[in-house]
Design a protein around this ligand. Structure first.
Ligand code: MTE
Length: 316
């Protein structure tokens, strides 16, 4: 497989000035596809386990209390590791998140296969405490660690044909026992419009609770799109493709009447088999009152304008 790394940095960019670049400039540099010199302290690679150091706090975080680490890592949906909520944690040991490479294809100038280490640098990481609302009408509050997806995507210079971004995870039945069954047509597939993918709330997460993402949460990297039902937040991504047309998505392919492409959290559009008006917060106990579900999961102020003129009952 062709392993393509970003172009080497120009000598003029390795001067002492680079030591004084602030974080914003560094991120802009990375967004433009500039690699850091190997000797720079920022050139370190993402650790494969343990703590993620120097993670910045993000102003995009909710001030709600996060669920416990145990809730976040033992009550999961990850069909490749089983369909029960405790299956992903039990089968997590089989997934091997290193080495990991990601194929970038489609309507972009810089395509190819990239190592995880080139994709995300540790100094870019921020903590984002987001609500996650599952289509099954439960929710959690999760302190993710990641970087805005748009900062990653811009490096590949999408062309004007890139109207959508499609994502696929690993296919490896020997690591992912759920793939030995036809619960879904593997690979799991997800997609976003380019505007959704570039929106600053959309992140690629590599950690949770300040630590490297556990396998059951989608190691080594997964999407988090906080205003959409959880199934859009695809885990263990190995393929990103810039597309001209709306890509096929797993849940829509499997049950088109129940799951649409957009999947924006919407208390006014019920699932055909249950109401989406309220949700159960995981960890609250059996008798905790249900919470009213917010349009766009409470992120409407930031994202509603993406859908101006779109009938959200039809495009559910
Ligand atoms: N990604 C993959 N590859 N496979 C899956 O089955 N399930 C989705 C999403 N991402 C899923 C996936 C669903 S339905 C939800 S609710 C979230 O992951 C759950 O994320 P969490 O387990 O980290 O809370």
């Amino acid at each position: 497989m062709l392993i393509k790394r970003p172009d080497p940095i120009r000598p003029s960019e390795i001067t002492s000035e680079s030591n004084y670049l602030n974080r914003r400039q560094l991120m802009a540099g990375l967004a433009a596809g500039i690699a850091l010199p190997a000797c720079s302290p920022q050139a370190a690679e993402l650790p494969a386990e343990g703590e993620l150091a120097n993670v910045a706090k993000s102003p995009y975080s909710t001030d709600e209390t996060p669920n416990s680490y145990e809730d976040v890592t033992t009550y999961n949906n990850f069909y490749e590791l089983g369909t029960g909520k405790s299956d992903p944690a039990r089968n997590a040991q089989y997934l091997k998140p290193r080495p990991w490479s990601i194929e970038v294809s489609g309507a972009a100038e810089n395509t190819g296969t990239f190592d995880l280490e080139d994709f995300i640098k540790p100094h870019q990481l921020e903590e984002r405490i987001y609500r996650l609302r599952c289509v099954e009408a439960w929710s959690m509050v999760v302190p993710w660690v990641g970087i805005p997806l748009g900062d990653i995507l811009k490096r590949f210079k999408p062309t004007s044909d890139a109207k959508y971004v499609a994502f696929k995870p690993l296919v490896a039945p020997e690591q992912l026992p759920g793939q030995r069954y036809r619960t879904l047509a593997w690979p799991y597939r997800e997609g976003l419009t380019i505007a959704e993918a570039m929106h600053p709330l959309t992140i690629m997460a590599v950690g949770v609770y300040g630590r490297v993402l556990p396998n059951q949460n989608g190691a080594p990297m997964r999407l988090v799109v906080p205003w959409k039902y959880g199934f859009k937040s695809i885990k263990s991504i190995v393929s990103i493709s810039f597309e001209r047309n709306e890509p096929a998505t797993s849940w829509n392919m499997s049950q088109p009447r129940e799951y649409g492409f957009y999947a924006n959290v919407n208390p006014e559009v019920d699932h055909p088999r249950w109401s989406q008006a309220t949700e159960r917060r995981i960890g609250g106990g059996l008798f905790a009152p249900r919470i009213d579900t917010q349009p766009f999961n409470g992120y409407g102020q930031e994202v509603a304008s993406l859908y101006d003129g779109l009938d959200l009952r039809r495009y559910f």
